[in-house]
Design a protein around this ligand. Sequence first.
Ligand SMILES: N[C@@H](CCC(=O)N[C@@H](CS)C(=O)NCC(=O)O)C(=O)O
Length: 225
Amino acid sequence: MSVDSNADIEISAFTWVPDFAKGLVRDLRVRWALEEAGLSYRERLLDARQERPEDYFQEQPFGQVPIYRDGGIHMFESGAIVLHIAESSEVLMPRDPVGRARATTWVLAALNSVEPRITELANIDLFNADADWARARRPEVERKVRERLGRLAAWLGDKDHLEGRFTAGDLMMATVLRNLRQTDLVAEQANLAAYVARCEARPAFQQALAAQLAPFEKHQPADAA
Ligand SMILES: N[C@@H](CCC(=O)N[C@@H](CS)C(=O)NCC(=O)O)C(=O)O
């Protein structure tokens, strides 16, 4: 694993999260990108159940994870961070302008066109499942997610990746689609399910996932056992 307390790059993450969030916290994207790029990083671990330290709001105005620091570079927003890391990695970002434009486009498509609908569904399923408003709203939200996934599956067709080879766009899209794991919506599209599995099978993803999960074991709160 590339977590190294002496590394120049620092990212933030949580010490522990409940089961529904394990493997989905957005530092995973950054860890994965760093693994793909072959870069080591150190962790700043925060307690998700406590107020953020006041100085953390200087790093992330909304108090969320992840942040990224490397020397004078201080960043927040997982999409911006992944694009930044991708600049130094041909694995994540093709060198040719056409390939770069397409990879960047897919990172933004994942975050702007796919993630909002998926987040709305996850908010219903994970936090509000029993609320009357959620029961009333869910079918329409699910329909909209299914519509987006259908279009995405049509784009993907029988390709292995969104643009023929793995890029930061696939990394971002796969992490977004994983937020549907409480549903069968991805499984409904066989090529999408295979696509997510293909991305998850990458050694860099596996290392990133293991690194996110590692602190959770150590910091398990007594009332969560
Ligand atoms: N748009 C932000 C969202 C970050 C975000 O939602 N982080 C969550 C964890 S996945 C968080 O820190 N939640 C705790 C909170 O909002 O206080 C990004 O992509 O970095």
